[in-house]
Design a binder for this molecule. Structure first.
Ligand code: GLY
Ligand code: MN
Ligand code: MN
Length: 513
């Protein structure tokens, strides 16, 4: 287990004006040159990931493609909630994985020429929004075509407004295209997309929009995402460091939240706890929260995807949280459950909590390549383990595995984690886990409000979720969220004034990645 310190702490008082970077460069996303507190290392394009690593990812992708082929990804556009109000921009994660590029309305084409051994064998084409003074006055700086060459190592660039002509010409001279038709069977999305990218102007439907140019080219088209998934499912050492930082920051944030229970100013609502966590993720060094969290008081936790988060936090009920921060695009995903009471866990809460915690710990031990388990094998094990644990609790004896998975633990043990929360779902649950896979381990118990179950257990929902790097052997398993307390004694100590991280409130966190 590596134990590198992933943070540097600097006094907030040292953020004086003379430390502002003096650069004339203006780009559409943070870089070492413009935002060194986010990307503190020269050579890194996004937090913790170097320009060289992005280049190597493209080479590895190209090595899986045939000669004279193209891999085309149309990046995401800004999505609007209503009128002119837009959502936080989310880049297409395959695009991001291969380039680090974070601006909307951009396209990448990786061209595999097949001139083996020649420098120009693999060509990165980027079609991006150009610099434009008028637009930039409203929307902020763009990286532009020159920036795509200089910072993102594009070999060939073009104004995305000329995409139709550019892509048509590339497609015509290729033999095979890898492309995901994300717009199939989504007419609403398709039309927005088509009109946005309708640069060709005027033609018939078949030739307006890039989707149609690619699919109508007559060239064989294969899905790209499954090829990229085969790369994304094994995390590099650099990715693991970023995910470790995201996991540690998120762990500290949740510890702080647990510590609020016994404070003089306890959190009173699910909503404020959700926002408290989001603030602590960012305060600790993450960019944002990774997903809409579940913050559920008591029996609200029986709804697996409870995201209303609009109830009060009732004293003596359990607080159930599933939340995590996102850093450099990588997600943390943590679930913890703690009593909203300085008295600690009640007896029924404690009995069930121990059953879940023991199962969580045993399943983490199985994230060992040499044992040859798949995610599904670990899931099966988790059902058996919960059944065995429940046999020790009055009212839950003589349950079958089906009873457990149908009524008390109706979800799966976990999923791959990475740029996406449920990372690259095309990976089979039946594949043997290998070193460098990152998965969640998240057993839970949710006791229905139904008199089949003992009254004092009804309405209790508990999950303990950690993010785990599969190791080659037992001592190489890394629990990325090990910093988040989960032992009963540690949770109760935090609730009763235990200190999470001394001095944290005096620090500005700069990641040492
Ligand atoms: N936060 C969603 C999940 O745990 O899968
Ligand atoms: Mn989760
Ligand atoms: Mn999860």
């Amino acid at each position: 287990m590596r134990s590198r310190i992933l943070f540097q702490f600097i006094s907030r008082r040292s953020i004086s004006l003379n430390t502002r970077p003096k650069t004339a460069i203006k780009l559409g996303q943070p870089t070492y040159e413009t935002r060194p507190h986010i990307i503190p290392k020269p050579g890194n394009l996004t937090p913790g990931i170097s320009a060289l690593e992005y280049f190597q990812r493209r080479l590895r992708l190209a090595s899986k493609l045939p000669d004279n082929s193209l891999a085309i990804i149309i990046g995401n556009t800004t999505q609007f909630s209503s009128g002119s109000v837009f959502y936080d921009f989310q880049q297409d994660n395959d695009f991001y994985y291969l380039t680090g590029w974070l601006e909307p309305d951009s396209i990448m084409v990786l061209e595999k020429k097949g001139n083996k051994g020649n420098d120009d064998d693999v060509v990165l084409h980027m079609l991006v929004p150009p610099k434009n003074e008028q637009r930039e006055l409203w929307e902020g700086a763009k990286t532009g075509l020159d920036g795509a060459v200089e910072f993102f190592n594009a070999d060939s660039v073009e104004d995305v407004g000329k995409a139709s002509t550019y892509i048509r010409s590339l497609v015509q001279s290729s033999k095979m295209i890898y492309y995901d038709n994300k717009y199939a069977e989504k007419p609403k999305y398709k039309s927005a997309f088509s009109s946005f990218f309708n640069f060709g102007g005027g033609g018939s439907d078949k030739w307006t929009g890039l989707n149609d140019i690619i699919l109508g080219s007559g060239k064989p088209v294969s899905p790209l995402s499954s090829v990229v998934a085969s790369l994304r499912k094994i995390k590099s050492p650099a990715e693991i460091e970023v995910m470790h930082a995201a996991g540690q920051i998120s762990s500290r944030a949740i510890n702080k939240a647990i510590g609020q229970v016994g404070s003089t100013d306890p959190i009173a609502t699910e909503k404020t706890l959700a926002k408290y966590l989001e603030y602590q993720f960012v305060r600790g060094g993450c960019d944002k929260q990774a997903y809409i969290p579940v913050v559920a008081s008591g029996s609200n936790a029986l709804t697996i995807h409870y995201t209303r988060n609009d109830d009060l936090l009732y004293r003596d009920e359990l607080v159930f949280v599933d939340a995590g921060g996102k850093l450099g695009g990588y997600c943390a995903d943590i679930s913890r459950t703690w009593p909203n009471s300085t008295k600690g866990f009640s007896e029924p809460q404690r009995d069930l909590y121990e059953a879940v915690l023991n199962t969580n710990k045993k399943c983490i031990e199985l994230c060992n390549e040499s044992l040859g388990y798949s995610l599904h094998d670990i899931h099966e094990y988790s059902v058996t383990s919960l059944k065995t644990e429940l046999q020790n609790i009055t009212g839950f004896q003589n349950l079958s595995k089906i009873d457990v998975s149908r009524y008390l633990y109706p979800h799966y043990i976990g999923h791959h984690l990475g740029l996406d929360l449920h990372d690259v779902p095309s990976i089979s649950r039946f594949e043997k886990l290998v070193e460098g896979n990152v998965i969640t381990i998240e057993p839970g118990l949710y006791i229905p409000e139904d008199d089949r179950w003992p009254k004092h257990f009804q309405g209790i929902g508990i999950r303990v979720e950690d993010d785990v790097v599969v190791g080659e052997a037992n001592d190489e398993i890394i629990n990325l969220t090990s910093g988040c307390v989960k032992e009963i004694v540690d949770i109760e100590s935090l609730i009763n004034g235990g200190v999470t991280t001394p001095g944290i409130d005096d620090e500005l966190v700069v990641l040492d990645i």
